[in-house]
Design a protein around this ligand. Structure first.
Ligand code: GAF
Length: 388
C-alpha cells in the first residue's frame, strides 16, 4: 500500500491507518431516538495511507475508484460541492475546519475491504479513517467519541445524510473481541465481551447484494416520523417512552406512527436483554432476540425487503439460532448466529433459497469482533498490510 501511495502521489506516506466497518448485533433505528445500540467492528476495514501537504490541497485516491485523483482545496470545501465517495473524506476535513482546528491539505490513498452499499458502514469507516489520520498527524486533542461525532456531522451536513451516530461510534470506539453497548443519548457505553467461538458459535454475515442507500429519502422520512411521534407525545425522544407507557401512547398517535414507536420501544428492550445475556455468558440466547428484532423491523418499522426476509427465514430454518437484517435496511446485510457445525448448511440453505426465488446470489462470510480505528504499527498490522 505504501508503494501504491508513492506511485500515485510521488512521495512516501507518513503512515497507514485503518477504520473498520461494523455490523450491529441489536438496536436498529434507535440511535436517532437517543436509544441503545450494540454493534461490533468488522475485521474488514478501510485503510488509508496519508501524508500532510503544506499547500492546502486535499488529494484523494481510492484503489476501488476510477483511477483518478480527486483534487480539492481544503479551505474551499462547501457542503454539496463534492460528489460521490470523495464527499465522505472531504466532509471530515470540512468539519474539522468548521470546528476551528488548524488543519489543511493532505494526500490520502484509500483501500477498502468493506463492501459498499451492503449496510456494513463503509461510509462511516471512510470518515473515521480520515478523522484519525488528522488527529494523529496534527496532534489534535480529540478522543474517539469526539472523532465519531465529527464524522457524523460531516455525513449529516456535508454529505447530506441524516444518519445517527452508531456507525461512526462503532468504527471509532469498538474493541477487539467485544460488542460496544452504547447509550446514544450521552454516548456512555461499555465493551461487552463477544466471542461466540468460545461457545461453539459463529456470526455469519449474509450480504444480500441489494444495494441500500441512506441518501434516498426513506431513512430521512423514518427519522422524521420518529421525531414527530416524540413531539406529539411530549417527549424529548422516543427513548423516554417505557414499555409500560406504550399502549397508552399508541392510542394517542396517528395509525402510521404507532408501529414506528412500538419498534423503537421494543428494540431498546431487546438491546437491554441482549447485554444481560452476553454479560451472563449466554451468547446462544441472543438468537431469538435477533429474530424478534427482525420481525419488528419487517412488520413495524418496515425497512426489510424480500431478500433480507428470505435470508433470515432460510437461515433460521436451516439451524441458525437467530437472524436479522443489520443496519439501515432497504437491502444490505443479514447477520445469523449459527452453531459452528451448522454454518455450511445455513450458508447453502440461503444460497439455495435465493436461487429458487430468482434473486442474485448473496455473499456470506463469518466475522469476529474486530478492533476500532487505529494507526497501523504492530507487527501483525504490518503483516496484514503486506497482503494488500
Ligand atoms: C444507518 C445509520 F447510519 C445509523 O445511524 C443507524 O440509524 C442505522 O442505519 C439503523 O440502526 O446505518
Amino acid at each position: 500500500m505504501k508503494d501504491a501511495f508513492e506511485q500515485i502521489f510521488g512521495a512516501a506516506p507518513t503512515g497507514v491507518w485503518a477504520a473498520p466497518g461494523r455490523v450491529n448485533l441489536i438496536g436498529e433505528h434507535t440511535d436517532y431516538n437517543d436509544g441503545f445500540v450494540m454493534p461490533i467492528a468488522l475485521p474488514q476495514a478501510v485503510r488509508v495511507a496519508a501524508r500532510l501537504r503544506e499547500d492546502g490541497r486535499l488529494r484523494l485516491y481510492s484503489a476501488q475508484g476510477d483511477g483518478r485523483i480527486t483534487d480539492l482545496v481544503a479551505a474551499d470545501l462547501k457542503p454539496g460541492a463534492v460528489a460521490g465517495w470523495a464527499s465522505y473524506p472531504a466532509g471530515v476535513v470540512w468539519a474539522l475546519l468548521e470546528d476551528g482546528h488548524p488543519v489543511g491539505g493532505a494526500d490520502l490513498y484509500f483501500d477498502s475491504e468493506v463492501p459498499t452499499g451492503a449496510g456494513l458502514s463503509s461510509s462511516a469507516a471512510l470518515e473515521v479513517a480520515v478523522a484519525v489520520v488528522y488527529r494523529d498527524l496534527h496532534g489534535l486533542d480529540l478522543d474517539a467519541a469526539a472523532l465519531a461525532l465529527l464524522a457524523q456531522r460531516a455525513e449529516n451536513l456535508f454529505v447530506g445524510v441524516p444518519c445517527g451516530v452508531m456507525d461512526q461510534m462503532a468504527s471509532a470506539c469498538c474493541a477487539q473481541g467485544a460488542a460496544l453497548f452504547l447509550d446514544t443519548r450521552d454516548l456512555s457505553g461499555r465493551q461487552v465481551p463477544f466471542a461466540p467461538a468460545d461457545q461453539g458459535l459463529e456470526l455469519l454475515v449474509i450480504d444480500t447484494r441489494v444495494k441500500h442507500d441512506l441518501g434516498d429519502g426513506a431513512y430521512a422520512a423514518l427519522r422524521a416520523g420518529c421525531e414527530g411521534a416524540a413531539e406529539l407525545l411530549g417527549l424529548a425522544a422516543l427513548r423516554d417512552l417505557t414499555p409500560g407507557q406504550l399502549p397508552a401512547a399508541l392510542d394517542r398517535l396517528p395509525a402510521e406512527l404507532g408501529p414506528l414507536v412500538r419498534h423503537v420501544v421494543t428494540e431498546n428492550e431487546r438491546v437491554t436483554q441482549a447485554v444481560a445475556l452476553l454479560g451472563a455468558g449466554d451468547t446462544a440466547a441472543l438468537g431469538p432476540i435477533l429474530t424478534d428484532g427482525h420481525a419488528s423491523l419487517r412488520d413495524d418499522f418496515r425497512v426489510s425487503c424480500a431478500e433480507t426476509d428470505l435470508a433470515v427465514a432460510s437461515a433460521v430454518e436451516a439451524g441458525a439460532l437467530g437472524a436479522r437484517m443489520t443496519g439501515g435496511g432497504f437491502g444490505g446485510s443479514v447477520i445469523a448466529l449459527v452453531p459452528r457445525e451448522a454454518t455450511q448448511r445455513v450458508e447453502q440453505a440461503v444460497l439455495d433459497a435465493f436461487r429458487e426465488a430468482g434473486h442474485r446470489a448473496p455473499v456470506a462470510f463469518t466475522v469476529t469482533a474486530g478492533a476500532g480505528a487505529r494507526r497501523l504499527q504492530s507487527v501483525q498490522d504490518l503483516q496484514d498490510l503486506q497482503d494488500i
